[in-house]
Design a protein around this ligand. Structure first.
Ligand SMILES: [Zn+2]
Length: 339
């Protein structure tokens, strides 16, 4: 077959695959009556992504919860939620979790006690729709009302609260593991001293999920300070990951080029809300400097997704192959870089 014919055949095959594309059989198909996802839509150029989601026993959803983080991990055995959106976005969190039809959360991991990470938890506990078995935080306390309220609710509901630190390894079931790289025991110890001045972003839980050949690095809001510590730690050689959860919502405070080159992900997924909204994403996330560093690390433009533009981002894998499927196809990156 001549190259042009091969290309034509590939295009045809990809068009056929695309027509059969659309979530897992558990997801209700959208009807015309469903509300539009809270994302900008644009005339979608031909997608360059694999158009049929890989059938896998591990699903990771970066939920479209506006400005904040909430990532649902579903293995064969367990459901794990990493962060719980912003307090102002908790209705979105509840709606997104309702869509998944899960009934239990085996573990909720709170990367750090900022409002845009722990904000939805009190509501989830008090709603009582989900059986929450355990909460794991980064071992740092906070005086904020959002923090004390969720702690009170968790205690009243009898949910056990644990702390994660460098060296911990969690079993998510079904062969999926999560190894914690940060914070260190020393930092947690310092943080427990009276008068310690906390730097919550740089106390975030950083951990790497692995499943056979697939891996994903979770970074909370860790900034370059933590990235540099990791580059000088025993974990340096373990940073390389299939998917990178953009640290700090794609802020320029994070994603230093040396760190990104070490992670060298195939995909980057960013959780950040509508730009320039008071009380929301006034930070200009994701920042051009961070985006450019993803590109410098070799990430293809078509493999960077942002919840505000792409809606909920669904990753499925059987550990050998993987697919990343946005709710909305939207190649926003070039226009965003040109702004
Ligand atoms: Zn944050």
């Amino acid at each position: 077959m001549r190259p042009t014919k091969i290309l034509a055949a590939l295009a045809l095959a990809s068009a056929m695959l695309l027509s059969g594309c659309g979530g897992s059989s558990n997801d209700p198909q959208p009807s015309n009556n469903d509300p539009k996802p809270n994302v900008e839509t644009a005339a979608a150029p031909p997608p360059t992504q694999p158009s049929t989601p890989v059938k896998g026993d591990l699903t990771i959803k970066m939920l479209n919860v506006g400005q904040g983080d909430a990532i649902l991990i579903q293995t064969k055995k367990q459901n794990i939620l990493i962060d719980t959106s912003d307090i102002d976005e908790r209705d979105k969190l509840v709606a997104e979790l309702d869509k998944t039809r899960i009934k239990k959360l085996d573990r909720v991991i709170l990367t750090h006690p900022h409002a845009d990470h722990i904000g939805g938890l009190e509501r989830l506990i008090k709603d009582g729709k989900l059986n929450i078995k355990e909460i794991d935080d980064n071992g740092m306390t906070s005086g904020s009302k959002i923090y004390t309220n969720y702690m009170k609710a968790a205690k009243a509901a009898g949910i056990s609260i644990g702390h994660l630190k460098d060296g911990d390894e969690l079993d998510f079931g079904g062969g999926v593991k999560f190894k914690v790289y940060y914070p260190t025991a020393e930092l947690i110890n310092e943080g427990s001293q009276k008068g310690y001045k906390h730097d919550p972003n740089n106390e975030s839980i950083v951990g790497r999920l692995t499943y056979k050949n697939f891996s994903m690095l979770f970074t909370g809001d860790a900034e370059k300070k933590v990235e540099n510590e990791l580059l000088n730690s025993v974990h340096k050689s373990e940073l390389k990951s299939t998917i990178f959860k953009a640290s700090h919502h794609g802020s320029k405070t994070s994603a230093g080029v040396d760190f990104m080159k070490m992670v060298a992900p195939e995909y980057v997924v960013i959780s950040a809300g509508e730009p320039d909204i008071d009380g929301g994403n006034t930070y200009g996330h994701p920042h051009k400097a961070a985006l450019n560093n993803y590109l410098k690390a070799g990430v293809a433009k078509s493999k960077i997704y942002w919840t505000y533009k792409n809606g909920t981002i669904t990753i499925t894998t059987d550990g050998k192959a993987w697919s990343v499927t946005p709710e909305v196809e939207n190649n926003w990156l070039d226009a965003w870089l040109d702004k």
